[in-house]
Structures are given as C-alpha cells and as structure tokens.
Design a protein around this ligand. Structure first.
Ligand code: DX5
Ligand code: ZN
Length: 223
C-alpha cells in the first residue's frame, strides 16, 4: 500500500470547550475526515456524546463526518445520527445481532455504512457482509478511551484484511472498500499501519494532545 493514508482526527481528544475552533484548525490543516466517537457506558465503559453534538459539528465543517457508534442496540439510533449529519456511520459487529440488516438500513437512510471490530474479534465475523460496507474499522485498542497503546497484533490483522480485499477485488467486486485503523496511532504506528495496508488512520491524542495540530498531522503522514 502506498503512503500516506487519509487522516481522520478523532474529536474525542479535542477541547470540547472550543470544538468549532479545534475543527477549523484541523480542517484548514488538511484533515480528510472528522471521526466522532459515540459511547454509551454499556458497550464501552465510557460515555461521550450524542446526536445533538453531531449536529453542531455538522454545522461547522465541510469534511465528511464519520460517526463511530460504540453503543449497544445501535439500530435504535441510526436515524437520529444520520439526521444529525453523519455521512459515515460505523457499528460494532459485536453489538449487532442482524448485522446485514443494520448495514442495509444505514445505506437506506443515506449514509455510508461501516463495520467496526474489536481487537479480539476475528475477520471471519465480517466476511459475509463485505458487499454491504463502505469501510471496515479495525480497532487497534480496546474501545472506550483515547490515548491507549496500539496493540501490535493489529498489524497482522490489517495485512490479512488487505489480502482479503485484494482477493475480492480480483473477483470483480464493484466498489472499493476502505480499511480504517482506530486507536493508538502515533508517527511510528501510522507508518506501520499504512505499510500493512490501512487506508484511513484515526488519531486523537497524536493530534489534539500536541502543541501544534497541523505539524502533528504532517508527522503522521510522513512515510
Ligand atoms: C477509542 C476511539 C478512538 C479514540 C482514538 O475507543 O474509538 O477513536 O479516540 O484515540 P487515540 O488516537 O488517542 O488512541
Ligand atoms: Zn473511534
């Protein structure tokens, strides 16, 4: 895979007291996507934000808004998040009993469906839904918090998924499918993840907990 990957700053690590300013800086600095983490205190231990904040984010950016639902029973909230302005909506395979139906519903409601996998969930869990998704989100930390350490075995998982997607493409798949890697991205793991075959890197602490966000993004893009 060629470098660099697309960059998706994760707003979870931004300063919520001045979110619009934080977004403007990363947007002007060349961010490709805005990643928004939604947590319910059940699927993950932490609680973050809901559709109201997504709506506020939507109003201050032209970037695609990529909402990562770390919640139980995500079907109950798909319409709300899409109405609030989510362009991409990812659900966790571990939280969906009828994953195919959930992904189809996201598409029907007008957003690009994504499916996210916890580090311990094997790729076989999504083999049957690849035709339905816009992106696969490979968690490289256990979801719930920013600033955790990248789990090294994620690199092999990225490479295996890249191989699966190449096979699929060779068999004439219609649409390309993006690999997003989420958690513990820094300049070193960014390089490793892109080399392993990632397309989109989510980064929270490595951008918003640095003194200069634009410079931090440039570092993440360095091969
Ligand atoms: C973790 C979230 C991530 C998080 C990444 O559960 O899904 O998007 O914000 O943060 P960093 O890049 O700091 O690991
Ligand atoms: Zn996330």
């Amino acid at each position: 895979m060629t470098m660099p990957c697309f960059l998706a700053p994760s707003l979870l690590s931004a300063n919520f007291g001045k979110l619009a300013d934080e977004i403007r800086v990363v947007e002007e600095g060349g961010a490709d996507v805005l990643h928004v983490d939604v947590m319910d205190g059940h699927f993950v231990p932490n609680i973050s934000i809901g559709p109201l904040v997504v709506e506020a984010i939507r109003k201050v950016t032209r970037l695609p808004v990529d909402v990562h639902l770390m919640i139980e029973e995500p079907d109950r909230y798909l319409a709300d998040f899409i109405a609030a302005g989510a362009d991409r909506l990812s659900v966790h395979v571990e939280a969906c009993t009828h994953l195919n139906r959930t992904l189809a519903e996201i598409r029907r409601l007008g957003a690009q469906p994504g499916v996210a996998l916890n580090p311990s969930t094997p790729l076989s869990a999504i083999e049957e839904v690849l035709e339905e998704v816009f992106q696969v989100v490979l968690m490289s930390v256990n979801p719930g918090f920013g600033g955790q350490k990248f789990i090294p075995s994620s690199l092999k998982k990225i490479a295996r998924l890249r191989w699966m997607l190449e096979q699929r493409q060779a068999q004439g798949a219609k649409e390309p499918l993006w690999i997003q890697v989420d958690g513990g991205i820094n300049s070193e793991t960014a390089r490793q993840a892109c080399q392993a075959g990632a397309d989109i890197l989510v980064a929270g602490h490595a951008i918003f907990r640095q003194p200069d966000y634009v410079q931090a993004m440039a570092q993440l893009r360095q091969p």
